[in-house]
Design a protein around this ligand. Sequence first.
Ligand code: ZN
Length: 225
Amino acid sequence: MGHTPVSKRRLCPHCARPLSSCICRWVTPLAQPTAVLILQHPLEVQHAKNSAGLLHRCLTHSRLLVGERFDAQTLQAVLQEPKYTVLLYPPTDYAGHAAPAALDAVQLADPSAVRLVVLDATWRKSRKMLHLSPLLQGLPRLTLHDTPASLYGIRKAHQPGQLSTLEATCAALAQLQGGAMVYAPLLQAFQGFVAQQASYAQDHGPVPLSEVALPGTPCRPQGGP
Ligand SMILES: [Zn+2]
């Protein structure tokens, strides 16, 4: 018995994946107090093992924009609602980059007044996104106090302790809320997603890019010609 040709497989209308690897069952809605803005690198959009799409569908108070370069006008439009905006990113000292503003502990104390910006990209691409988007460079940086062990066995970590976007964001949100355990159901769902993607890849090989293209219609990629 041969495999059904890729083009004949039925796709889930919600996540645009083949029904056998549909991730919709893992969507665990959670109304977190902190606003989350996910900036997703275009290469991540079609990545079958990407966790940000699931994260975005779980966090009711989140936005997802796709692009590599985010100009000030685009960012100012999405950052309009007055909040204390911080970037989840380790401290860096790149030549030519604006120095990040100092983190204000007083403003961080109210999680509902904070907006967390996360870059969904490989380490190398996230550095490029930062390089191309001066407004991001100047945002105060939030770093994780302690990094939980990653459940992310399905993608190669680029540095020790590196977490998936979903895990890192949950850890940051929990940190802002004083170590809240409310994100445990989401992490549990993520574990299911990881296992499902691993077993799908074992049975079928990597999910072809064309099968996971564009769930939903986020913003157009920025930085075109
Ligand atoms: Zn689905």
